[in-house]
Design a protein around this ligand. Structure first.
Ligand code: MIC
Ligand code: SF4
Length: 750
């Protein structure tokens, strides 16, 4: 299954490619630079400026999950290619709803999503893509176990693709249109990132785990601190972590906005490759260990080579709990109980959820199971509901064989499918809607409404072992390091720190991985999309963008505060429309708060002179042939890679998004879909936008990478403002815009 030929060729070429790079870039290199330079699509002729130069790459592979693959593949079909140009895989993980437990939920999902699964499977078989069936596992775990390789580069249509950095791969989350570039063999473009070095010293002990490193870092850097940068870990502390622990850290690096994160190749990765049946890869990588890490000169003087260096001493790092509502609100465990009290967070813990693509390794489950066994021995019972989502069938079958699922089951744990489930709102939670309540998960995101659609669910994030301890306490004001719990006999007992292993001593086991290989020659396979389908729809053709369409624009919404892709295109029940642009567009901006009335889904429509639900307002403007504009705050489009958050506005007539700052993937998705993405040159100008304004974009007739663009605002009282905008468009991106979208440009040039 894994790309033997590709990987063979890669390692054979790697040393030569690197020495060619060194002739051009003569200074010592970070690992990030080595891997980016060897993957550029043209031989590099000069060193690139980090944070400035747009560079094109040829990544080695593409991974797609079912909720984003539908749009990615619908776009791929439009490109008219006979086969994919690089190895690729599709994973059915997001569409399975968690309710009754793994087996029943997968059967149900296979019925409910049949049309979509059939579509994904037949496109995969026809065009040469590996297909992972529902229940096989979550994309990032499956990639780590089968495809990731040290030194490689991949893109994936999911923001947590970055997980593969735990195995020394440059792995970047992208929208479907970007994935199509790679799938059709076109160069794929990225602004050459900055590099943040994180120096890890000491080693973890007691209750502290890899998760706490990224929870702490999220608090330090905030949700936008990693924007435009790759986070590169190094130091003896890095070497002391298991490979899957490194994966956890890289995975949640998406939550600080980092382009990706990476660890140097080391013995823990070698051991993981061997344990997952890839000794060939380990042998190659062992031979070139020093080339798969930063240069010694970089390690000797990191401040001289990284754009920023952060030092973390693992020996003194405390466990953390982050939340609610944002993953960067970091509380050291010793301060958490007080935070719960001071902020009036609901203290009773309703549900603890472990697993997900972030934290479902053998190590995670074994450490949690060690807490569960103590509970049995010390006669403690779970006081909250408890669920476990294994990341893959390989891990599930192994922890099952080793009795760890029984340990968790003994304290009431319900094993859900190897899928995203509650992490993305695919959770039939039997709880009263709207009631304030607390849950704690080992997932990576905790935005409002994400898990169960209830805006009053306070979701906290912590390591799986800590979640398990909280489940035993049933309360959030508990600290297992210092507090005791009362057991069935009325005695006060204390939990010992968790213990776990990176792998089972008996190795991994699995009977059916759930993998389907593509056909050698798929020419005969028909791909059918029914016109009456509610789930799938062929994509519309976009016309070229002409300058006259950018005047007389009305405000669709001025968003107040946080606006993640979950706010723009909600997941949960809406995931079922991810392949149908017209239907999914009905969820557009449902979670966003209107600046002018502090309400969700109620905006002023100038033509109708009334407040309307946002979809109705967009539709009214669209039908009247009037373009609209969206105004956002900081880090607009934070979170996921879902390009629906750009496609829906495009489809519904939004011409321009202007905000204080963008999250990387979303900005690029908007550009690819032909929506103008601009920032206020002066962030305070956000305040000047009023509800009844009419807008013209000025400067598009001479739009170039260094041209000035401005926004003319005509206020209701007849006064005007001219607002200077800032943009990051290069010539290629301007060509996408003019063609109508990036895909239109590909089609026009073939
Ligand atoms: C997420 O964690 O938010 C998701 C759901 O995996 C998304 C992808 C999607 O919306 O389909 C992501 O992270 O990119
Ligand atoms: Fe799935 Fe959650 Fe991971 Fe996204 S973060 S891939 S929804 S498990």
């Amino acid at each position: 299954m894994f790309d033997e030929i590709l990987i063979n060729n890669f390692y054979k070429r790697y040393k030569t490619a690197l020495s060619q790079v060194r002739q051009v870039v003569t200074k010592p290199l970070t690992l990030t630079e080595k891997l980016l330079y060897v993957h550029t699509s043209d031989p590099c002729e000069k060193p690139f400026l980090r944070g400035k130069d747009y560079v094109t790459f040829h990544p080695d592979r593409v991974a797609m999950q079912d909720a984003t693959a539908q749009m990615a593949l619908l776009q791929f079909l439009q490109a008219g290619q006979a086969k994919v140009a690089v190895p690729a895989s599709v994973h059915c993980d997001h569409l399975i709803q968690a309710e009754l437990g793994a087996e029943k939920d997968v059967i149900q999902a296979s019925k409910v999503n049949k049309e979509v699964y059939d579509f994904l499977e037949s496109v995969s078989r026809k065009y040469g893509i590996g297909f992972w069936k529902p229940g096989a596992g979550i994309i990032h775990q499956v990639v780590l176990e089968n495809y990731a390789f040290p030194g490689g580069m991949m893109v994936g249509t999911d923001s947590h693709t970055v997980n593969a950095g735990g195995l020394g791969m440059i792995a970047i989350g992208v929208g479907g249109a970007d994935a199509v570039d790679v799938l059709v063999g076109e160069p794929w473009e990225l602004k050459f990132p900055k590099v943040i070095g994180v120096h890890l010293t000491g080693s973890l002990s007691g209750w502290t785990s890899s998760k706490d490193i990224i929870l702490y870092l999220a608090g330090l850097l905030t949700v936008k601190g990693g924007t435009g940068a790759i986070v590169e870990y190094f130091g003896e502390g890095a070497e002391s972590l298991s490979c899957t622990g490194k994966g956890t850290i890289c995975n949640m690096g998406a939550e600080i906005g980092a382009t990706t994160s990476i660890f140097p190749y080391d013995r823990s990765m070698s051991a993981y490759l061997r344990a997952t049946d890839r000794s060939m890869v380990a042998d190659y990588a062992d031979d070139m260990m020093s080339d798969l890490g930063p240069d010694q000169a970089v390690l000797d003087d990191p401040e001289a080579y990284y754009d920023q260096v952060i030092h973390i001493d693992l020996s003194t790092l405390e466990p953390h709990v982050n939340g609610p509502f944002t993953p960067d609100k970091a509380w050291p465990l010793s301060k958490f109980a007080k935070a719960v009290k001071d902020n009036n967070y609901p203290v009773k813990l309703e549900v603890g959820l472990i697993g997900s693509c972030t934290n479902s390794s053998y190590e995670d489950i074994s450490r949690s199971a060690s807490i569960a066994r103590q509970a049995r021995d010390k006669q403690l019972k779970a006081k909250s509901e408890f669920t476990i989502t294994p990341g893959s069938e390989l891990v599930r079958a192994t922890v099952d064989r080793d009795g760890l699922l029984d340990d968790l089951g003994n304290i009431g744990g319900l094993v859900l499918a190897n899928a995203c489930g509650p992490c993305i709102g695919q959770w039939k939670r039997h709880a009263e809607q709207g009631k304030p309540n607390s849950i704690i998960t080992s997932f990576n995101r905790n935005f409002a409404k994400r898990n169960d659609g209830n805006p009053n669910t306070h979701a906290f994030v912590a390591s799986p072992e800590l979640v398990t301890a909280f489940v035993l306490a049933g309360r959030l004001d508990f600290n297992p390091l210092t507090d005791t719990l009362e057991n069935a006999k009325g005695q006060q007992v204390k939990l010992d720190p968790p213990k776990g292993e990176a792998f089972s001593k008996d190795g991994f086991t699995v009977s059916d991985l759930g993998y389907l290989a593509p056909e050698e020659d798929g020419a005969e396979i028909e791909i059918a999309v029914s016109e009456s389908s509610e789930r799938l729809q062929l994509l519309p053709e976009y016309e070229k963008n002409t300058v006259d369409r950018f005047s007389g624009l009305r405000l669709l919404i001025k968003v107040k505060g946080k606006c993640t892709t979950d706010h723009i295109s909600m997941a949960g029940p809406w995931l079922k429309f991810r392949g149908h642009l017209a239907n999914i567009s009905k969820n557009m901006f449902l979670g966003a708060i209107n600046f002018f009335n502090d309400k969700a889904n109620e905006v002023y429509n100038l033509e109708q002179n009334s407040y309307l639900p946002i979809y109705d307002s967009a539709l009214a403007y669209k039908e009247a042939g009037i373009g609209t504009l969206v105004v956002g705050d900081e880090n607009y489009g934070e979170g996921s890679s879902r390009e629906h958050a750009a496609m829906e506005p495009r489809f519904m007539g939004v011409k321009v998004v202007i905000c204080r700052s963008f999250a990387r993937i979303h900005e690029s998705n908007l550009k690819k879909q032909g929506v103008l993405a601009f920032c206020f040159a002066n962030p305070d100008d956000y305040a000047k936008i009023l509800e009844r304004d009419i807008f013209d974009i000025k400067g598009l007739d001479s739009f170039s990478s260094d041209s000035k663009i401005s926004l003319n605002v005509l206020h209701e009282d007849g006064t005007t403002d001219i607002i200077e905008l800032f943009h990051t468009y290069n010539d290629t991106q301007i060509a996408w815009f003019k063609a109508g979208s990036a895909l239109s440009l590909i089609k026009q040039s073939t």
